[in-house]
Each structure stands twice: as C-alpha cells, then as structure tokens.
Design a protein around this ligand. Structure first.
Ligand code: NAP
Length: 545
C-alpha cells in the first residue's frame, strides 16, 4: 500500500512547535504541581466550556505538572468550593482561593500562562515595596476582577491580584470574571468597563495599575493614584532612559541600543500606548491590516531583543543634571540623557456624569469594552479617525452604535468615511453631548443640536468617547520643559528640549499623530542623542560640564 508522504511543516508550525517545547521545558522545572478543576456541567455556555477545555488541555498536554479534572455542579466538590456556574475554573483550591469564571483566551491567555507559572513555583515575585504594603493589611480582602479577552490592560491588573493571593492566601481571595461569559455578573455589579477591581464589594480600581498602586489601593480600600516609596531604591546606571513604551519609545530604544547606547525603557501602563487599543491599523507599511495589539506585540518583542523594559513602573520624578536621575517606586535610574516619549492621554468631554459613570457605561476603549455592549445601544462621540474606526469596530461586534458629531462633516480619512457610509451606521450631525445620565450605569444622554438649538434625550446603554488626545506633559512641566502654545513639548529639529540632556519624541511633540511618524521621531531622536552623547552640545555653552 502506498503511504502518503508526511507533509513538511510550514515555518509557522515549526515556530509553534519550538514555542511549545520552550514552554514545556519551563513548566517541567516547576517544583509544584498545579491541579486545575473545571466545572462544566450542566452544559450551559457550551461554546465557552469547549474553548476553556481546549485551552487548558493544551497546557496539560505539554506538561505533567498541570492536571485537569472536570466536574458538574452536582458534584460534592461544587458544594465544597461553593461553585454555582459554568465554566468555573479553580486553581489548586485547597491551597489558593483563586477562581476564574470564564475562558482564559485572547489577552487573558497571557494571564493564564503567567498564573500557572506563579503557582507552579509558589513564588509571587512581588516587588519589595508591594510586599511591604500587603504585609500591612490585617483584614481579609475578597477581590473580584472583571476582565475581557480583548482588553490589553487586563492582564497587568489580573497578575497584580493573583500575586497578592499567592503571597497571602490566608487573607486574600480572587474571582476573575470574564465579563463576556458572565454578562449577568457585569449587570449585577454595573461593570461595563474592564479591568474593574472590587474588594469586599467596593470598587478599588478602574483600569490597570502599577503593582505598588494596586497594593496601596487594596490596603486603603479606595483607588489610589500615587504611591511614594521609601527612598532606598536600587540604582540602575545607563546611558539613555526612555520614558514611555509606545511606538516612539520602543523605536527609539531599538535605535539607541543598536547604536551602542546602554538604554532602558520605563512604561507605567500597557506597552504600545494608544496603538494597543486600536482595533485595526491599516496604514502601517508592510501590513494592509493588522490588529493594533498584534503590531505592538511585534514591536515589543523586537525591542526586548536589545534592551530591558520596566513595565508597570511609573517615573514619578526626574532630576535634570549630569547624570539625569529618574525615580520610580522600584529603582533610581541614572542616565546621561532622557527621552520623553510619554505620548498623549485621551481627551474628556467634561460634561456632567462623564466621570461618575466611567466604567459604568462611559468608555474610552472600544477594544476593551466593546464586547460587553453586544446587542445594546451606544453612541460614539467624535468625528476623527479614532471615532470612525471604533464606531465601525463596535458595529462589527454587533453593538447598536450611532455616531454623534458636533459638525456636519467628518474629519476622518476618506477611506474610513467611505467604510462608514457603506456600513449604513447612523450618524447624528451638528450635535454635542450636554450630559450623561444614569444612577448606577449609563441610561440616557442629553443631546444639543447646535444648529436648531434643540435639547433632546436619548436612552442609551453606553457612551464611547473618541475626541482626540491631550499631550502627557506632566513630567516635562515638572522639570521646567518649555511647552508650545498648544501644550506640546517644545523641541528643536534634533528633538532637544530646552533642558540639556532631555529630549522628546512622538505624540507629546504634537504634529500628525500617526504610528509611523511616532516611530520615525523615536528613531530620529535616538540617533541625535547618540551623536550628542559623543559630542555633547551642552559643553559648547558650559565647558565645565
Ligand atoms: P482628532 O483627529 O483630534 O479628532 C477628534 C474629533 O473629536 C474631531 O472630530 C473633533 O471635532 C471631535 N471633538 C474634539 N473635542 C470634542 C468635544 N469636546 N466634543 C465633541 N467632539 C469633540 O482625534 P482622533 O480621531 O483620536 O485622532 C488622533 C490622531 O490619531 C489623528 O492624527 C488621527 O489621524 C490618528 N489616528 C489615525 C488612525 C488611522 O489612521 N486609522 C486611527 C486613529 C487615529 P471637530 O472635527 O469639530 O474638531
């Protein structure tokens, strides 16, 4: 009998095999087994159950350290561990009060992988400051963390909470709630923005936090925005410190390190900046269409080949001088130059109800929160590329979206306007938002037609806001960097600010906000910095330094 010759594996399959072998090798070194209990019966949420099963089996199949057992809700273990919905996943439940209501896919796959490793080593790997804060907590904290698989910010907050439980399982517990699988829980807790963290039923954070701030919020039982640590942080000496891990900072890092400069990047939030939450990018050369997060992942893994990235770490203070000093909650960095690639933060409407209902139906991230509004009615506010791209994204997710714009023409690119027209998505022109109303969640918006001067109310479940960005210049202003009249960092053609040794790149400089431009500015700044460090321009005016 003729045997069909085995098909040769393509490059992608070979890479996948390689990756699986690497993951398996890391798992095999884990000193402890991680028993997983998955509750799947009665077969409600069948698609989610099947996906959860497949994801977990993939891990179990590559390592003998991971075991999986399935049970129904009528099993005595369901009673013992108080499980009442499917799919629910418990992690070594006799040791850790940790459960996952949903499926660890998409962005949550990252959380799941890291979680297994943390448990297999029984080593939370917390920063020293975080440990100190958590040790001060004396009362139990039952945490609930709402996440979605499309939210790039969620893994950071999930890992914070998981580490806390692994460090102090006698006091802390955690329920990770996949809001797409459990929309009823989202409804019950009015959670319409992820990640949302509750402790003992009280909201302690909206969004992802650096580890220390998370612990501090858990201690204080209220969201904290700043944590000042004891000042005996370890010292990192480098040549260039880049603040910001968006396209400008990442590209600058690659160029600087390849030029031979010892370089570090510090990023307080999610890497990639705004790109990480852009549903689809269609104008980055070499990709006709690429998910924003996928593009970011490629940039980050490229940068990591050359330099360390301190992520989830906020630069709280910069002390200009030679060297320049940067302080984060975890370390002191001394550098010969600093590049401010701090990007921009989304603009707020500034109307009543916006702040109070943020995460309760008001959202600035359609990628993160869009899936929660499937089948519901929302408005998207804005008339630029972001608003149109995100309105189309919501429309494709099955959200009933109406675009509301204050003018009668859009500012967005022609290509996007055409897609909008083809989608037949409704647009309300010449209209501004005057108020967002709702008790525990968004229920209604008050609209003002600036032509007819008519005020109307419209019942909605959500308000998505994409009205542009404000440059993130707080650090620059603190050190006395001069800003332009529009509020961007003033700089010369070599990206030098008015402060010797301090440079800028990317959206914080103003101009066209495009990924490719930010990346270009990052590379240009890195090359200029390299040349300046060889022939410091500041010596010309002061030869003593
Ligand atoms: P943008 O281009 O600045 O547009 C902001 C929009 O929001 C404008 O239509 C503006 O109205 C409106 N707006 C501003 N303040 C408002 C307020 N208080 N109330 C109501 N509406 C308000 O911002 P963006 O769309 O976020 O884009 C930012 C940059 O990123 C742009 O350079 C864009 O090209 C780029 N981007 C590109 C892509 C892409 O290439 N696919 C995707 C996303 C973003 P007016 O028109 O009346 O001023």
């Amino acid at each position: 009998m003729n045997k069909t010759p085995a098909r040769e594996k393509n490059d992608q399959e070979v890479l996948l095999d390689q990756l699986q072998r690497q993951v398996a090798a890391v798992f095999e070194k884990m000193p402890y087994d991680v028993p997983l209990l998955l509750f799947t019966d009665p077969p409600k949420n069948e698609v989610f159950i099947q996906t959860a099963r497949e994801v977990i089996r993939t891990f179990r199949n590559i390592s003998s350290k991971i075991s999986l057992r399935e049970y129904g809700l009528t099993h005595k273990l369901a009673k013992k561990y108080n499980v009442d919905r499917v799919p629910t996943l418990l992690f070594d439940p006799d040791r850790y009060p940790l459960r996952w209501l949903g499926v660890p896919i998409g962005e949550e796959g990252r959380t799941f992988l890291e979680m297994l490793l943390i448990m297999g080593y029984r080593e939370p790997g917390l920063e020293r400051e975080t440990q100190k804060i958590l040790e001060r907590i004396k009362e139990p904290r039952a945490m609930q963390l709402f996440v979605s698989p499309t939210c790039p910010y969620c893994p950071q907050q999930a890992i914070n909470a998981i580490k806390a439980v692994i460090a102090r399982p006698e006091l802390f517990s955690l329920e990770i709630i996949d809001i797409q699988v459990n929309p009823d829980l989202g409804d019950r807790y009015n959670a319409f923005g992820v990640p949302l963290t509750l402790a003992n039923g009280i909201q302690i954070a909206q969004g992802a936090q650096p580890e220390e701030l998370f612990a501090y919020s858990l201690e204080k039982m209220a969201e904290q925005t700043i944590y000042i640590p004891d000042n005996d942080a370890p010292l990192v000496e480098t040549e260039l410190a880049i603040v910001g891990g968006g396209p400008a900072g990442l590209t600058a890092g690659i160029y600087a390190a390849r030029s031979g400069l010892k370089t570090v990047i510090v990023e307080k939030g999610a890497l990639g900046g705004q790109v990480a939450t852009t549903p689809v990018v269609e104008n980055y050369p070499s990709f006709t269409q690429v998910g924003g997060k996928a593009l970011v992942d490629l940039m980050v893994s490229h940068a990591l080949q050359y330099l360390p990235i301190f992520q989830g770490e906020e630069v709280m203070e910069i002390r200009p001088g030679l060297p320049v000093e940067l302080l984060t909650p975890r370390r002191k960095i001394q550098a010969r130059a600093v590049l401010l690639a701090t990007g921009a933060v989304y603009r707020h409407l500034g109307v009543p109800g916006e702040q109070r209902l943020a995460g309760r139906g008001v959202s600035y991230c359609s990628t993160c929160d869009g899936p929660l509004f499937k089948g519901k009615k929302v408005i998207m506010v804005g008339g630029g590329d972001s608003a149109v791209t995100e309105a189309l994204h919501l429309h494709h997710l099955g959200v009933g979206v109406t675009l509301v714009h204050r003018k009668d023409t859009l500012r967005a690119q022609e290509h996007l306007v055409k897609s909008l027209q083809e989608s037949a998505l409704p647009v309300i022109w010449d209209t501004e938002i005057k108020e967002i109303k709702g008790t525990a969640r968004v229920e209604e918006v008050v609209l003002y037609n600036n032509r007819t001067r008519e005020l109307t109310s419209r019942p909605v479940d959500g308000v998505f806001i994409a009205i542009g960005y404000e440059p993130a210049t707080a650090l620059a202003q603190k050190i006395g960097a001069v800003l332009t009249p529009d509020g961007y960092i003033q700089h010369d053609a070599r990206h030098r600010t008015n402060i010797p040794g301090v440079y800028s790149a990317g959206d914080v400089e103003g101009g066209f906000k495009q990924i490719v431009i930010a990346a270009g500015q990052g590379s240009e700044a890195a090359l200029a910095i390299y040349e300046d460090l060889i022939h410091p321009y500041w010596r010309a005016s002061n030869p003593a330094v």
